[in-house]
Design a protein around this ligand. Structure first.
Ligand SMILES: [Zn+2]
Ligand SMILES: [Zn+2]
Length: 415
């Protein structure tokens, strides 16, 4: 008890929630306008020229130290508060997807075949709003906030680096040295007015793979004279499902999907090879690596049993699972969300979708949460990555308040 009182006395003054709220509500129309402008002008991963430029200009206008471009088209802004303290980072991703928007919103995409279908327009607008709110309270801000506007979360084009790993590689968290990172994702997982959190895994790992099965083409009536890769591929598909269902602890979430399979040219010709593409999702680094090892053994073994070869190739490093730091969640993340969302701050089940956000975990502990933007009454319910995805903009000022509160709480030395 005495220790707790001493800690309270030593702590920095409380986060100015009422002022943050008032500022967030005052700028809400501007945040909505930015979101709509970005929504109308979406840009693909590593091609976010207009978006990056717009962000850099705004940060300069607000008096931040700006590094631009970083990680191709990204922007890092540094806000040094009027009081000494720790360093925390807030992150927004800025890229869009190759999807043709089919909604009839007045601010729908003006770029054919490109759409902000994952809500990164909202993330960018929220973070710009957060900058403005914290700048207005700068004199009392007890430390430094680094704002990360990150390109290419959806994946850099083949052969290019990008996203969170590149931001980390280019030192975005090194000077000033970041001690905690916060991020959010909008979506229909939870409703507007709610924030979904966990104190452990929240998003899955994701690994993209290709399998190639070698065959020998011959007349379809004489398979014994060649080598038919199609039934072997079918056997590999089944065997891989047995890896995830029979060889891994049933309490561990995991999904293995073969999403594409291609082979052959005609009904009466034995195919010369089959290629298959798929994705692997888990919530645990050890499970992820265990499945990858067993997949390689299974692919090799099934092919060998039929007298051929098959290769398994993982396309890139993939994304590790997004796993919230339990202490940061307990001490900073959840209390801040509870102040902003009240009973709307809800514990959620981890999702099987993935993020490149965990790359920041190489540098500092992190807390990542879901900002609810679903509103069935307004007909806003489509899931991320669909052509009718939208967000309830009433969530934007809540996102601003949450990010500002998380940064301030963390700076104020909450352990
Ligand atoms: Zn996405
Ligand atoms: Zn996303």
């Amino acid at each position: 008890m005495l220790l707790a009182l001493a800690l309270l006395a030593a702590a920095s003054p409380a986060t100015p929630d009422a002022e943050i709220r008032a500022a967030a509500e005052r700028i809400a129309p501007a945040v909505v306008a930015v979101r709509r402008d970005l929504h109308a002008h979406p840009e693909l991963s590593n091609r976010e020229e207009r978006t990056g430029h717009l962000v850099a200009e705004r940060l300069r206008g607000l008096g931040l130290e700006v590094r631009y471009p970083v990680a191709k088209t990204g922007v890092v802004g540094v806000l040094r508060g009027g009081r000494p303290g720790r360093v925390v980072a807030l992150r927004a991703d800025i890229d869009a997807l190759p999807i043709e928007e089919t909604s009839d919103l007045s601010f729908r995409s003006q770029v054919k075949g490109v759409m902000h279908a994952c809500g990164h327009d909202a993330h960018t607008a929220i973070l710009l709003g957060t900058v403005e709110v914290l700048v207005s309270l700068k004199d009392r801000l007890p430390g430094t906030v680094v704002f990360l506007f990150q390109p290419a979360e959806e994946g850099a084009p083949e052969g290019e680096e990008g996203g969170a790993p590149l931001l980390v590689k280019e030192g975005a968290l090194d000077d000033p040295k970041v001690e905690a990172v916060f991020g959010l994702h909008v979506g229909s997982w939870v409703s507007v007015g709610q924030a979904g959190w966990t104190d452990g895994p929240i998003f899955a790992s994701s690994d993209t793979f290709t399998i190639e099965v070698e065959g020998k083409t011959v007349h379809g009536a004489q398979p014994h004279m060649g080598l038919d890769p199609i039934p072997i591929a079918a056997e590999i598909v089944q065997a891989l499902q047995l890896v995830v269902s029979r060889q891994i602890d049933g309490r561990q979430p995991r999904v293995l999907t073969i999403g594409r399979i291609q082979g052959g040219t005609r009904f009466n010709i034995i195919a010369d090879r089959v290629t298959m593409d798929g994705t692997l999702r888990t919530h645990d680094a050890a499970v992820r690596s265990e499945i990858k090892t067993r997949m390689a053994r299974t692919v090799r073994g099934v092919a060998e049993a039929h007298g051929t070869t098959a290769t398994l190739r993982f396309l890139d490093e993939g994304n590790p699972p997004t796993v919230n730091d339990a202490a940061l969640a307990r001490n900073v993340g959840v209390p801040a969300l509870q102040r902003v969302f009240g009973a709307g701050a809800v514990r959620v089940e981890p999702q099987m979708v993935a993020e490149d956000f965990p790359s920041y975990g190489q540098k500092a502990p992190y807390f990542y949460f879901l900002l609810g933007t679903r509103n069935d009454a307004k007909g806003i319910a489509s899931v991320n990555h669909t052509s009718t995805f939208d967000v309830d903009e009433d969530a934007l000022p809540l996102g601003v308040r949450a990010m500002a509160a998380l940064a301030w709480d963390s700076l104020a030395g909450k352990p």
